[in-house]
Design a protein around this ligand. Structure first.
Ligand code: HPA
Ligand code: ZN
Length: 324
């Protein structure tokens, strides 16, 4: 099975570039930027990566992202992730980035986008990995702040395919961002959003009805509502599921109890992703192999999951034909 998974061509549709920041690279970048981080060793970092919930993780994730300063930092972070894609036969990836995590610290939007997109261009040429970018609004900030980010993105519109919504879900429903999503769609961005990770099925309804999303990030709690399941199937929307993230953040207590197989059996279109691999204990292939073992998935299931990853990507139909 391990070799089967390694050899499967895959796409990754749910990945936060700031969440791919491996401790070794974090140390290196902190050192060259003369920034102190509150850890003395990789072991100390790993010890800190034990989370009770999403907020627990986010506090540490934003702290880690705080060492990223120059265009080269963003380039190195992104290229390092793309090398891991190449090594895992991830042929296409849709990378989320959180501009506000950086612009709030005085780093320009331009620095962030240029570093990330140059790495993507180089990876296409040198590693044969394609990518596109999803600019994610931080939902713990105001809609007004999101509008500022949308404005800042416009000179770089040609480099960005979609908008997303991430960070603290509970208490920050999709409805809070209704207007900025409307404006983002008008600018040509495809809307996606995290919904139903910790938030209820109502948040997924809002993301569909009020934000008009084309894909659901996580979506686990959709299973609470039969009508919602039927609606997601009717709209042919995929869920970007992240098994190791779900156990790391205690959304699911044990992979053996993960609802992925149930989702497939219900007819939902599911994909497997790593979310924040540096923090949650595994890249894409480990997500595939751990969930395969836990749920006894067959090769047919795995093939379907990989096929979905291309089918529900935002690649154009012609490019999809290279894979499915
Ligand atoms: N959920 C919400 N926000 C995030 C996540 C996540 O899993 N990862 C990075 N930001
Ligand atoms: Zn996520």
């Amino acid at each position: 099975m391990k070799t089967f998974i390694e050899n499967l061509p895959k796409a990754e549709l749910h990945l936060h570039i700031e969440g791919s920041f491996e401790p070794a690279l974090m140390f290196e970048i902190a050192k060259r930027n003369n920034i102190k981080i509150p850890y003395n060793s990789v072991e100390e970092i790993e010890e800190a990566y034990k989370f009770d919930c999403l907020q627990d993780f986010l506090d540490i994730y934003y702290q880690g992202a705080g060492v990223l300063t120059t265009e080269q930092d963003f380039y190195d972070l992104t290229y390092s992730y793309l090398q891991k894609c190449a090594n895992q036969n991830v042929r296409h990836t849709e990378i989320m980035f959180d501009p506000q995590t950086h612009t709030e610290r005085g780093i320009s939007f331009e620095t962030v986008i240029n570093g990330i997109s140059k790495a993507c261009d180089d990876a296409k040429e040198k590693l044969n990995v394609t990518s596109l970018l999803i600019m994610s609004y931080l939902r713990h900030l105001s809609e007004e702040e999101a509008f500022k980010t949308l404005e800042q993105s416009l000179p770089f519109k040609h480099k960005i395919t979609a908008v997303g919504l991430d960070s603290s879900e509970k208490g920050n429903p999709p409805s809070k961002f209704k207007n900025v999503y409307k404006a983002s769609i008008k600018e040509g961005y495809i809307p996606v959003a995290h919904a139903g990770e910790e938030g209820s099925a109502d948040y997924v309804w809002e993301a569909i009805d009020l934000l008009g999303i084309k894909r659901i990030d996580h979506g686990n709690n959709s299973l609470q509502d039969d009508k919602l399941i039927a609606e997601i199937i009717k709209r042919d929307m995929a869920l970007t599921v992240c098994p190791l993230s779900n156990t790391a953040l205690q959304v699911v207590d044990d992979l053996k109890n993960h609802p992925l197989k149930k989702m497939i059996d219900l007819g939902l279109k599911v994909t497997i992703n790593s979310d924040d691999p540096a923090y949650f204990g595994g890249q894409v292939n480990k997500n595939y192999s751990d969930i395969q073992k836990a749920l006894n998935l067959t090769k047919k299931d795995l093939y379907l999951l990989a096929k979905n990853s291309f089918q529900y990507s935002f690649l154009d139909e012609n490019s999809k034909k290279n894979y499915i």
